[in-house]
Design a protein around this ligand. Structure first.
Ligand code: P5A
Length: 450
């Protein structure tokens, strides 16, 4: 993409309404624009990151064997009356009446709708286990929408639902989700810690929230610092291997880690003092097991091998897709702007022409731009007639992890400059070597479009 033809409305000034750094930087980098309280338009740069995050979520869900589908945002109140949640859900649910006087709602979550799909089409134990998921907009009429996309009213969620024969099978689905979430967040460059939590309006006893540690987080958390050393890394995970999944979950759930809702001071004090931590965290996901809470009232049952009808055991699993942009920026920025992890960056590399209009510099930039595209990378080429300082400031603000700087002086020696946004370190090398190096760096991070 050429910056002269892109739509990147960066702001020079700090927007007064933004209280936390991620909100400020998303506005300044021209990623979002508030439409109403807690409701945002996703401008091209923000939309590009949102799509990258979605793609990683899709890849990891499908790796775990989960099946994508898409349900509507508008739901019928009748289904929620069947489950008993229509009255229980409270003020956060946006209720709407259509022209025929029928009660509808903008879905805050989809347990009822998916259970209705299941009961209409599945009647045998042979069709289980089954996990369906979607990435779809949700609406919760939050009393205090704030911090930009972090606590929105309209927000994008990945929501998945498992259907299993019994408790043991449903817990295998729980484990599978925990491990696939660990992989998902790691690929986004995040450390998200599973913590025992409270299930709120979704229900059930077994639930873990995934928290990214950050001072601006809305949750108070208590944990054993040993948990922050754990990493999946590049170990091979076989999602059909229940024992392996259990072992990974044991590893992550043995050290103490709880949100304030389930915090147990006595247990916490059993951790050696130097490892006891209390801080704040951003909830980027939550998994639940709630058994037959929805299948029973909605009549979602299957016949078992003996022909007996059993209510299916269910759980649901959510990732805050739009919130993740805020969480990643909170975890990865400096005083000059965002620093995107390679896995989610909107463009892989910024190409800065120090002297637009100079024949040699223009030609070299065109060549590098073409070569980057050929190796499958997306460059953002700043081809505007601007001062070098202004171009660098824009690149730093929007946070591309790598920058290639091209100028007449370097070209005389056959070199360009490759700079890391994170370390600030630069090296001079021939243009083709810079391209080759970037192709190698990004090889593990190139996400297929699904
Ligand atoms: C699990 C999927 C559920 O709704 N039902 C379907 C279950 N869980 S949850 O914890 O309530 O939400 C899942 C994730 O969505 C994000 N989230 C939000 N993001 C932005 N703004 C909001 N107002 C908001 N509310 C929830 C969180 O990341 C949460 O973990």
């Amino acid at each position: 993409m050429r910056l002269s033809r892109y739509f990147l409305p960066v702001l020079k000034e700090n927007p007064a309404e933004a209280q936390i750094v991620s909100h400020r930087l998303m506005l300044r980098a021209g990623m979002i624009k508030q439409a109403q309280a807690g409701i945002y338009s996703w401008l091209p740069l923000g939309f590009k990151v949102l799509r990258k995050i979605e793609n990683i979520v899709h890849e990891e869900q499908q790796r775990a064997g989960h099946i994508p589908l898409l349900m509507p945002t508008m739901q019928s109140a009748d289904l929620w009356r069947e489950s008993g949640r229509y009255d229980d859900y409270g003020e956060e649910m946006l209720r709407i009446t259509d022209r025929h006087g029928r009660d509808m709602l903008f879905g805050p979550t989809n347990e009822e709708l998916i259970t209705d799909i299941f009961r209409s089409h599945v009647s045998s134990y042979r069709d289980l286990p089954l996990t369906l998921y979607q990435i779809q907009w949700k609406f919760r009429d939050e009393i205090r929408p704030r911090f930009g996309v972090m606590r929105g009213r309209e927000f994008l969620m990945k929501d998945g639902y498992n259907f299993d024969m019994d408790y043991e099978a449903a817990m295998r689905a729980y484990d599978r989700h925990m491990v696939s979430y660990l992989r998902t967040y790691e690929r986004m460059g995040l450390k998200a810690i599973p913590m025992r939590a409270d299930s709120g309006p979704i229900g059930g006893e077994d639930t873990h929230e995934f928290l990214v540690l950050a001072e601006t987080g809305e949750s108070e958390v208590f944990y054993d610092s040993a948990i922050t050393d754990l990493k999946l890394g590049d170990r091979e995970v076989d999602f059909a291997d229940a024992a392996q999944l259990r072992a990974i979950c044991e590893e992550w759930t043995t050290p103490y880690a709880r949100t304030d809702e389930t915090h147990d001071e006595a247990k916490f004090n059993e951790i050696p003092e130097e490892r006891r931590r209390s801080s704040r965290g951003i909830e980027v996901g939550q998994i639940f097991y709630f058994g037959t809470k929805y299948s029973e009232p909605l009549g979602a049952s299957v016949q078992d091998a003996e022909g007996k009808k059993v209510d299916v055991h269910m759980g649901s699993h959510g990732i805050g897709v739009s919130r993740l942009l805020g969480a990643i920026i909170e975890a990865s920025h400096d005083e000059n702007g965002i620093i995107w992890p390679e896995g989610v960056t909107p463009f892989h590399v910024g190409l800065v022409n120090l002297k637009q209009g100079d024949e040699a510099a223009d030609a070299a930039c065109e060549q590098i731009y073409a070569a980057l595209n050929i190796v499958g990378l997306e460059p953002l080429y700043d081809d505007r007639k601007e001062r070098a300082g202004g171009k660098f400031a824009t690149m730093d603000l929007i946070g591309l992890p790598w920058r290639i700087t091209v100028g007449p002086r370097g070209l005389k020696n056959g070199v360009v400059e490759l700079t890391s946004r994170r370390s600030g370190e630069s090296e001079e090398l021939p243009p083709e070597d810079a391209v080759k190096k970037l192709a190698e760096i990004y090889a593990p991070h190139l996400v297929k479009s699904l």
